[in-house]
Design a protein around this ligand. Structure first.
Ligand code: 13P
Length: 254
């Protein structure tokens, strides 16, 4: 039985004080959660978020990092730096970073290896564009993205990473993948992991859905056998909506 994980991706939203207030409002609402609860916040919000989440079951993550430990990389932040301020997770390879900041499967892989080495849990995003779905490329693409991102990890390490299947056409569009579409593609990703690391590793690895997941559609998505949680954008900025999604994940835990 895989423990569900609901993670908020705040993207480039909320000042440190606003983020701390959101976490303060969230704390009580998710206190009884039977899933993991994470908020992935802008770098400058990390310290305030960690402080606000102290003593609660909310964990804090970042949204990107560099793979090197330190050096002449102006504007970048390392895994060690994220750990030092209390981050425990990091979103890697989000489609917005692949699209606007030229991230590639190779750089995502370097970041994944560095995150794992430094004790951060990566939330690795994969997903196809609408054109790729329509031309039947989805399965091959998400499989390749997943296998490349994990390259160099041992099976035992793969079990501890999180994969987020985020179809690009569903992000911020209000257009969600159907429950069946999300479940099917996540099954494809799990099969790709099994192909390299074996069934036991694949069965232990948690794979989220992301893309316009909200308080209304979360129950149907969470009821799917392959879906182990959600990576939530817009709806994670509202304590009420995010806590409803956490409750839907909790309801799937026996
Ligand atoms: P939305 O939930 O706003 O569609 O964003 C999804 C996402 O990109 C999470 O990483």
């Amino acid at each position: 039985m895989r423990k569900p994980i609901i993670a908020g991706n705040w993207k480039m939203n909320l000042l440190p004080g606003e983020g701390a207030a959101l976490i303060a409002a969230l704390k009580d609402k998710v206190a009884g959660a039977k899933c993991d609860v994470v908020v992935c916040v802008p770098f400058v919000d990390l310290c305030a978020a960690v402080e606000a989440a102290a003593g609660s079951n909310i964990r804090v993550g970042a949204q990107n990092m560099h793979w090197e430990k330190s050096g002449a990389f102006t504007g970048e932040v390392s895994a060690e730096m994220l750990k030092a301020v209390g981050a425990q997770y990091v979103v890697l390879g989000h489609s917005e970073r692949r699209q606007y900041f030229a991230e590639t499967d190779e750089t995502v892989n370097k970041k994944v290896l560095s995150a794992v080495k430094n004790g951060l849990t990566p939330i690795i995003c994969v997903g196809e564009s609408l054109a790729q779905r329509e031309s039947g490329e989805t399965d091959g693409l998400v499989s390749a993205q997943t296998v490349k991102a994990l390259s160099g990890l041992a099976g035992e390490q793969v079990k501890d990473v999180i994969i987020a299947y985020e179809p690009i056409w569903a992000i911020g569009t209000g257009k969600t993948a159907t429950d069946a579409q999300a479940n099917e593609t996540i099954g494809v990703i799990r099969a790709a992991i099994a192909g390299v690391y074996g069934k036991e590793v694949a069965d232990a690895t948690r794979i989220q859905y992301g893309g316009s997941m909200n308080a209304k559609n979360c129950e149907g998505l969470m009821a799917q056998a392959e879906i182990d949680g959600g990576l939530i954008g817009g709806a994670s900025l509202k304590a009420e909506d995010f806590s409803i999604i956490v409750a839907a994940a909790t309801a799937t835990v026996q």
